[in-house]
Design a binder for this molecule. Structure first.
Ligand SMILES: [Zn+2]
Length: 161
């Protein structure tokens, strides 16, 4: 399987997060994003729409992040020069918060990585390795840190979610 197929297979059975569980914030910007993702699936997205709402990667609930992540990965894979911040924002989601952040925020953020099943983690790592090899990633050790963080996260409680 190539990386795209690995992603498609790993996320095949993830359930839609629910209309009211896409982004918890209801400010005008978030409402606009939710309007565009509500009732859609990760399979029927396109790069232009995903680019327009790339900030959603950081704003999604954990469940919506898990559900829509394959779309962001598939459409940015190999199109690195056209994806603006998509792969960068994805990498950030898998980095631990800075130690200065309070314990409650640390624990909440840690769940973002812990939610993913083992095959999903492997597909995300394969995606991040492609991103690192593309030569378009910012210089630094963020990608290596994100991969290590995924590898060291506790196993997911319910792999099919
Ligand atoms: Zn908002």
């Amino acid at each position: 399987m190539n990386v795209r197929q690995t992603i498609e297979s790993a996320f095949e059975n993830v359930g839609y997060p629910g209309d009211v569980n896409i982004i918890k914030c209801s400010c005008p910007i978030c409402r606009h994003i939710v309007d565009d993702f509500r009732g859609t699936t990760w399979r029927n997205q396109n790069l232009e729409a995903l680019r327009k709402h790339q900030i959603a990667i950081s704003l999604f609930t954990h469940e919506a992040f898990q559900y829509f992540l394959p779309a962001f990965m598939i459409h940015s894979l190999g199109a690195w020069g056209d994806t603006y911040l998509i792969p960068f924002l994805i990498t950030k989601q898998f980095l631990p918060l800075r130690p200065a952040e309070n314990a409650a925020r640390q624990a909440h953020h840690a769940k973002r990585t812990a939610l993913f099943s083992s095959p999903q983690r492997s597909s995300i790592i394969a995606y991040l390795r492609e991103y690192a090899a593309s030569g378009t990633a910012p210089v630094g050790d963020d990608i290596a840190c994100a991969i290590a963080n995924i590898e060291n996260a506790p196993p997911a409680k319910s792999p099919q979610r």
